[in-house]
Unconditional design. Structure first.
Lengths: 676, 173
């Protein structure tokens, strides 16, 4: 049961996200009946699973909301503001319920009863509205619902129907509970006892249903099981055929004599068959869709896969090396080449699998914008661009908090109130744009708002006050604005007073640093602000520059490297300025041998690598540069947690380990003594 | 390292014994993953001095500790008997694998728990908090290590307080 429950939770979480998405769309397009249907369907699905797996509160909540959306969709009125607000609250509550179940917080329970109470009000209002607006419709509905129909239902669950925890008998119960039915069991498929698998279903049913219900009503009953079974529903008469003794006689003789049954149809037989086919077709396409779309995988399994793949890649390199050196056996060489190709493909696919589109986290930003805008009585359009851009799932996970933070800042402090905007000659409706695109080996995510921007003068004053920069410092506006990423730059109240920006931007920067990204801010006073986040495509593989110090190999991230040149060791000894000169440019330098406390004799000729650090060029001096290297990054773990300037290690083809250096940290750590 | 264990007798436990300098130590085999021959160790700059570096263990990066330095002895000298004992320890609930350099791996011994004496109480010449017990065998004392404690500590652990004050060595961060 635990397994089913886990699966339900996964599905429910997906459903809640789709629900939130649909609600956000409805808000823009309140008369869209398709969206209403969608919401209704999701509520229905949530309700169905929840009671089965002991999420009673979810079932309670969705049941009432479902009723509300049922009124909306059946009477074709548009969704009210009231209903939408309550629906969003309900979404939050659903999220809570999923997490807390079964040990609910007292607060949550109180929220629940409040919500239910409010939903009740909404329902009453809706009904009133519905009554006035659609009197005529109700009349129809009433007369309709007085009418009896008789259906012929064939229900054949698949053999593996129990795997998802579905029980076909519950479905039959639901059908039987309010209708007159005659159920015929077809057990001819049950195998001999030795072939019998108790986990499989072998039974199908033929049911004659008569009642005040429509074909859709019956379809709704089968909604949870339709993917796992064959269902065909055929209307055979617009009356209750059970009152007809002739009919009873026929079905008792042989239920499988469909022809005789269909002859009782008050409509033409032809039409009925057509209908049946249509339903069948619909169901089939749905089944097909579920087959292709996607597979859910435990992310731990994915990590395990990636580990194995990087091991294969490493071993492949070893094999290649051995083959090159030792063999003249062409067959072996050919096989190795084939394997090489395959493992390359395997690696590409495996890395591709762990990529997730940015789209998957966008709903919560939309929601945040909606809620905050409503709260602060601002009107804001949230636009997205390029959100199909994919990133490593670990990066995506770490990206949510910083983006949330940035958007919150944009709304709280960037976008002006309506009247101010109008006075400034700006459009009344504010704009926040989230844009993502590829740029070389990186993915760039930008968050733009057309708010009031950041005043560099105010920031500069603050920075001098706080002692971050000397009063005499000459910095560009951009450099000044980027000072807000410095830890401890401001507290909320101070920043709101001065520029309306900067709350916890150091936190944003730290989070982005954690995933080896970079963040930058551009702002024009009165026009808006753009936060640019530059991210690596994946955390597990990096393009590196292979370097050597004291016969030990290290890897520097290649994207940081700007220039490499030779330098004589004599130019570094007794260099009191801490600067090296190359092509008339002066660069502050870091001598890694010293920093790593290596005291063996240095080579005469060393290599200087210019790397970019916070828009400045810094020179790192090493023994030698060996070439480019694509490194699979592995963590160093507990014992080296304090060696921050090492981001991990990579294993070479010959099985030895090389350390991957973190350029930013090296500069930060080792440059303290000098002014860089 | 396949050894048949007698599971009938609940009082029997298996230990892997090894030698550092002239001292004998043992760890419960449950925490030993395997024993490796010496391989090229990549040094990590600015690491604590007893951290010898890292090696590749089947695609994972394994930290290697110079156990002799960790135990306040002289640095290990590599011989053909030098081995890396790969162990799994628990640090604050987290599983951590590490390789411990030892001079010689001796054997897997099956010990009746009754023969293990309790760690000597405080004030004796052994640091009792890092050992679970002592075993007297063939005129030698074997120290049964509590490796969870030994290897989660950042400090140098000296089991014997030598007559002369050992040279003070400051830890690098």
């Amino acid at each position: 049961m635990d397994r089913f429950q886990k699966k339900y939770i996964e599905e429910a979480n997906d459903l809640i996200i789709s629900l939130e998405t649909a609600l956000l769309l409805i808000e823009k397009d309140k008369v869209n009946q398709e969206l209403n249907e969608e919401v209704f369907r999701i509520m229905h699905s949530l309700k169905g699973g929840s009671s089965m797996f002991g999420f009673d509160k979810i079932s309670e909540l969705t049941h009432h909301l479902e009723s509300a959306y049922d009124i909306v969709r059946s009477s074709k009125i548009s969704v009210t503001e009231e209903l939408l607000d309550i629906s969003f609250l309900a979404v939050d509550q659903l999220k809570l319920l999923i997490v807390e179940n079964p040990n609910l917080n007292a607060q949550t329970i109180e929220k629940q009863s409040n919500l239910l109470h409010k939903i009740q009000n909404v329902l009453e209002n809706l009904e009133a509205k519905h009554d006035i607006k659609n009197n005529q419709f109700i009349e129809n509905l009433k007369s309709n619902s007085d009418r009896f129909y008789t259906f012929f239902v064939k229900f054949k669950p698949n053999a593996d129907v129990f795997d998802n925890g579905s029980n076909p008998l519950y479905i039959l119960d639901e059908l039987l509970s309010e209708n007159i039915c005659k159920v015929f069991v077809n057990d001819s498929d049950i195998p001999e006892i030795e072939d019998f698998d108790i986990a499989k279903n072998y039974t199908s049913w033929t049911i004659i249903v008569a009642g005040k219900l429509s074909q859709t009503d019956i379809q709704n009953i089968f909604i949870f099981i339709e993917d796992e079974s064959e269902v065909s529903i055929t209307q055979i008469a617009e009356e209750n055929l059970f009152k007809n003794s002739e009919f009873i006689k026929i079905i008792e003789q042989s239920v499988l004599n469909q022809e005789a049954i269909f002859n009782f149809s008050s409509q033409g037989k032809q039409e009925v068959v057509l209908k049946e086919m249509e339903v069948g077709k619909q169901l089939k396409t749905r089944i097909n869709e579920t087959v292709i779309s996607s597979v859910r995988v435990d992310s731990a399994k994915l990590d395990a896969l990636l580990n194995i793949v990087s091991e294969i890649v490493t071993n492949q390199a070893r094999l290649n090396l051995l083959i090159e050196e030792n063999t003249k056996n062409t067959a072996l060489i050919n096989i190795t080449e084939d394997f090489n190709k395959l493992s390359r493909q395997l690696r590409d696919i495996a890395f591709d699998i762990s990529l997730v589109p940015l789209e998957s986290i966008i709903v919560r930003f939309k929601r945040l914008v909606r809620d905050l805008a409503n709260e602060q009585n601002k009107q804001i359009d949230f636009l997205t661009e390029g959100i199909e851009t994919e990133l490593d799932k670990t990066i995506i996970e770490h990206l949510v908090a910083p983006i949330m933070h940035t958007i919150r800042n944009s709304i709280d402090h960037g976008i002006e109130p309506k009247n101010q905007r109008l006075a400034l000659g700006k459009p009344e409706v504010g704009k926040i744009v989230l844009k993502a695109y590829h740029s070389g080996p990186n993915v760039v995510v930008q968050i733009y708002d057309d708010g009031r921007g950041i005043d560099p003068e105010v920031i500069q004053k603050k920075a001098i006050e706080k002692g971050f920069i000397p009063a005499s410092a000459k910095l560009s506006d951009k450099e000044i604005v980027n000072l807000i990423f410095k830890a401890g730059f401001t507290t909320a109240s101070q920043v709101t007073d001065i520029s309306g920006r900067g709350v916890g931007m150091d936190v944003v920067k730290r989070k982005i640093d954690e995933i080896r990204g970079e963040v930058e801010i551009d702002s024009i006073v009165g026009e808006g602000t753009t936060i640019t986040i530059k991210l690596p495509l994946t955390l597990s593989i990096i393009d590196g520059l292979l370097i050597e110090i004291n016969q030990t190999k290290y890897i520097l991230p290649l994207p940081d490297v700007r220039k490499i040149f030779e330098i004589e060791h004599s130019k570094i000894v007794n260099n009191f300025m801490g600067l090296v000169v190359h092509k008339d440019q002066q660069y502050p330098y870091i001598y890694l041998r010293d920093e790593f406390e290596i005291y063996t004799p240095s080579p005469q000729l060393e290599r200087a690598i210019i790397v970019n650090y916070e828009n400045k060029n810094v020179c790192i001096i090493v023994d030698d540069v060996l070439g480019e290297y694509q490194a699979v990054l592995k963590p160093l773990g507990y014992y080296f947690r304090k060696q921050e300037f090492i981001s991990g290690a990579s294993i070479f083809g010959d099985g030895t380990v090389a350390l991957v250096l973190d350029t930013n940290k090296i500069i930060k750590l080792f440059a303290k003594k000098q002014t860089i | 390292m396949e050894t048949k264990f007698n599971s009938d007798n609940k009082n029997l436990s298996s230990y892997l014994s090894f030698k550092l300098d002239s001292e004998f130590f043992a760890v419960n085999v449950h925490q030993v993953i395997n024993i490796l021959e010496l391989t090229k160790i990549t040094e990590v700059p600015k690491a604590p001095f007893y951290m010898k570096g890292v090696i590749n263990l089947r695609g994972k990066v394994l930290p290697v500790i110079d156990t002799r330095l960790k135990f306040g002895m002289e640095a290990i000298v590599f011989t053909k008997n030098t081995c890396i004992v790969v162990m799994e320890i628990n640090i604050n609930g987290e599983r951590v694998e590490l390789g411990a350099l030892v001079d010689t791996v001796l054997e897997v011994i099956e010990v009746d728990n009754e023969n293990i004496t309790l760690p000597p109480s405080l004030g004796s010449k052994y640091k009792s908090e890092f050992i679970t017990g002592m075993l007297h065998q063939n005129d030698e004392f074997i120290m049964m290590l509590d490796i969870d404690k030994v290897f989660s500590s950042d400090d140098i652990i000296e089991f014997k307080e030598s007559a002369e004050e050992p040279e003070k060595i400051s830890l690098q961060e």
